[in-house]
Design a protein around this ligand. Structure first.
Ligand SMILES: [Zn+2]
Ligand SMILES: [Zn+2]
Length: 277
C-alpha cells in the first residue's frame, strides 16, 4: 500500500521542520468530490471536472505536498493539476467553486496552478510539489530528490494553501506524509549531479539577478548558475543558457545538491530526468 499518513515525529528525514500532516480541507471541495473519513483520500465521483480540493492548512515554503495517484479513469484526456492559492479556502463557498483550477480558479488572480505532464499521472505515481521562497513551484515524482520547475508567480508573502484539481484522467488521489517515503537517491541519481567539475559556482548567487541562491541546473549544458525564477524565465523566453547559449531541454532543481556533492558517482545506470513542459 506504500507510505501512509502517520502522526508527526520529532524528527523528519527530509530535513524539513516537523509540522502537522496535511489533509484535504473537509468541506470546501468540488461538487464531485468524495473523501474518506480522515480526509486524506479524495476521489471524483463522475464527469471530468468539479474535482477541486484544498489543503486544510497553509503550506510552508519548501514543504512538500505529496500525493499518490490512487485511481485513474482512462476515458478522459489530461490529468491532475496542482498549485497554490493565497485565498483562504475556508472563506470560499463550496457551491461557488469553479469546475476547473485551470483556467477558472487561476483567473480569479489569487491562485497559480498547472497541469502535470501525462507521464506523472499514471496510477501509483507519487507526486510531490512545493513552492520556494521566490514563488516558483517545482515537482518531483516517486520520492526522487531532484525536482522540475513547473511555474512561478506564487505570492509567497501570504499564507499559501495547496490546490489540487482531480481532473480528467485522474480519478482519486491520496495525501502521503513525505517523510515516510523511501529515500531514492541511488539508482535514480542523474549522473550530472555528482560530477563536481561540472558544477560551477553552486551555492553562490544567481548570475542573472544576484539576489537569490543559484539552485537550478540547465540541462544538457549543466550550468548551475541561476535561481529557480530566473531559470524559468530563461526557459520561457530565449530558451538558451545565458552562459553557453546551448538550448535548454530541462531544468533541474538542485536544493539537495549540497548534501550530495560528497557522494561518489556510482551511477552508470542512473536515468535522466523528465523534460520540463
Ligand atoms: Zn535569479
Ligand atoms: Zn550553459
Amino acid at each position: 500500500m506504500g507510505a501512509c499518513l502517520s502522526p508527526p515525529d520529532d524528527s523528519d528525514v527530509s530535513g524539513q521542520p516537523t509540522s502537522a500532516p496535511i489533509f484535504f480541507h473537509p468541506y470546501v471541495k468540488g461538487s464531485q468530490i468524495m473523501m474518506n473519513e480522515s480526509h486524506s483520500i479524495a476521489s471524483r465521483v463522475a464527469t471530468f471536472h468539479d474535482g477541486l480540493v484544498f489543503s486544510n492548512r497553509p503550506v510552508e515554503p519548501y514543504e512538500k505536498v505529496t500525493l499518490k495517484i490512487s485511481k485513474e479513469d482512462g476515458k478522459w484526456h489530461g490529468g491532475l493539476r496542482v498549485g497554490f492559492t493565497w485565498e483562504d479556502p475556508s472563506l470560499l463557498e463550496p457551491k461557488e467553486l469553479p469546475p476547473f483550477a485551470c483556467p477558472n480558479l487561476v483567473r480569479r488572480g489569487k491562485t497559480r496552478a498547472c497541469v502535470l505532464p501525462d507521464e506523472y499521472c499514471e496510477e501509483g505515481t507519487i507526486v510531490s510539489y512545493w513552492v520556494d521562497t521566490q514563488g516558483c513551484v517545482s515537482c518531483s515524482i516517486n520520492g526522487e530528490p531532484e525536482g522540475f520547475l513547473l511555474f512561478d508567480g506564487v505570492l509567497v508573502t501570504s499564507p499559501l494553501w495547496a490546490v489540487v484539481d482531480i481532473y480528467g484522467r485522474t480519478k482519486a488521489v491520496q495525501l502521503l506524509d513525505p517523510s515516510s517515503l523511501p529515500i531514492n537517491n541511488d539508482i535514480h541519481s542523474p549522473p550530472l549531479l555528482t560530477h563536481n567539475d561540472q558544477i560551477e559556482r553552486t551555492g553562490d548567487e544567481c548570475a542573472v539577478c544576484f539576489g537569490y541562491k543559484a539552485n537550478t541546473m540547465m540541462l544538457p549544458c549543466s550550468h548551475a548558475n541561476f535561481c529557480t525564477c530566473c531559470s524559468l524565465k530563461i526557459f520561457k523566453t530565449s530558451g538558451r543558457c545565458p552562459l553557453c547559449r546551448q538550448k535548454v531541454k530541462k531544468i533541474l532543481h538542485i536544493s539537495v545538491l549540497a548534501e550530495r556533492e560528497g557522494l561518489e558517482d556510482q551511477s552508470d545506470n542512473a536515468k535522466n530526468g523528465q523534460p520540463l513542459r
